[in-house]
Design a protein around this ligand. Structure first.
Ligand SMILES: Cc1ncc(C[n+]2csc(CCOP(=O)(O)OP(=O)(O)O)c2C)c(N)n1
Length: 284
């Protein structure tokens, strides 16, 4: 066990990076998004990087409201387009630590094409996806991560489509860093985001936090919600990713962990080297 002493930021330090004047926030009681917001702020404060070098980008949705509450340079762009915006920013300003905060609908359903190509290129951005299994902000329609069998606003008799198994999908496209936790795992989320800041390439974290209002899975209060995670979660860093798909079955396991962590030079690093070679140092 590590003997490193972790000094966590005080509540006042956390608040210094929150736009407290904008509270109350829009998230429903018991929603896990706020837990991830705080974890991200803690990671920023502990990153050792000046706060003005951290940038948040999001599209549209409940999860995508994050930049509105966090006092960093933040960009709340159009639905599904956070990735290209973030990638452009990282490419021209490599000194920035660029993090995309997205809902599953925004990231992989509306914005799926941008997402897959950013992974293929190995763009140097951190992507935190809140998987609440649904389009939360618009009232609970099914999307690309809605597990088969779910009853939603648009599948009242049970969802008959398949859904993305995100860790498998992202790993199969070659991302150098892939992890999944649930809203129960505050400390692991902080540690994971701190690791993501160090990755040169596409770093992906899925946080499972089912929408308690619009999905039929978890109409429960916050404590029962956390107990549900405690009962269903299995930590397995070496899991066979073919077996980690999320299911509507209340007895199914939610497999979490740091599934992929390897070195793979990013597009931005290669691009800088190429530009130096092609343009020279300016003297010739
Ligand atoms: C181009 C476009 N299409 C549709 C919408 C409507 N819309 C707003 S939020 C949203 C759902 C977002 O879902 P998700 O990304 O999963 O985030 P959540 O609200 O669940 O956190 C949709 C479809 C929109 N704003 N813009």
């Amino acid at each position: 066990m590590s003997s490193e002493v972790v000094i966590r930021p005080s509540i006042d330090e956390i608040k210094s990076l929150m736009r407290v004047e904008r509270l109350p926030h829009i998230w429903c009681p018991s929603c896990g998004i706020g837990i991830v917001a705080k974890a991200y702020v803690e990671a920023v404060l502990r990153s050792g990087k000046p706060v003005d070098k951290h940038v948040l980008v999001s599209g549209i949705g409940c999860s995508s409201r994050m930049p509105g509450y966090i006092k960093l340079d933040g960009y709340h762009v159009i639905h599904g387009r956070a990735i290209p915006f973030a990638v452009g920013m990282k490419t021209v300003k490599p000194e920035l630590e660029v993090t995309v905060f997205a809902g599953d609908g925004d990231l992989i359903t509306i914005g799926g094409n941008h997402f897959i190509h950013a992974i293929r290129r190995n763009d140097d951005v951190n992507v935190i996806m809140i998987n609440n299994y649904t389009y939360g902000m618009t009232g609970g329609q099914y999307g690309g991560t809605t597990p088969p069998g779910s009853r939603t606003l648009t599948s009242p008799y049970g969802h008959i489509e398949g859904s993305f198994n995100m860790p498998l999908f992202v790993a199969s496209l070659g991302a150098p860093f892939v992890a999944r936790w649930t809203a129960l795992h505050y400390r692991q989320i902080v540690d994971t985001i701190l690791e993501m800041f160090k990755v040169d390439g596409f770093a992906f974290l899925e946080v499972v936090t089912p929408c308690i209002i619009y999905t039929d899975m978890n109409r429960m209060d916050a404590v029962s919600f956390m107990k549900m995670f405690r009962d269903r979660v299995v930590i397995d860093h070496n899991a066979d990713l073919r077996d980690v798909a999320l299911s509507v079955d209340p007895d199914s396991k939610i497999v979490v962990g740091k599934f992929v962590s390897r070195e793979s030079e990013s597009f931005q690093t290669k691009y800088r080297r190429l530009m130096e070679k092609v343009m020279g140092d300016g003297s010739g």
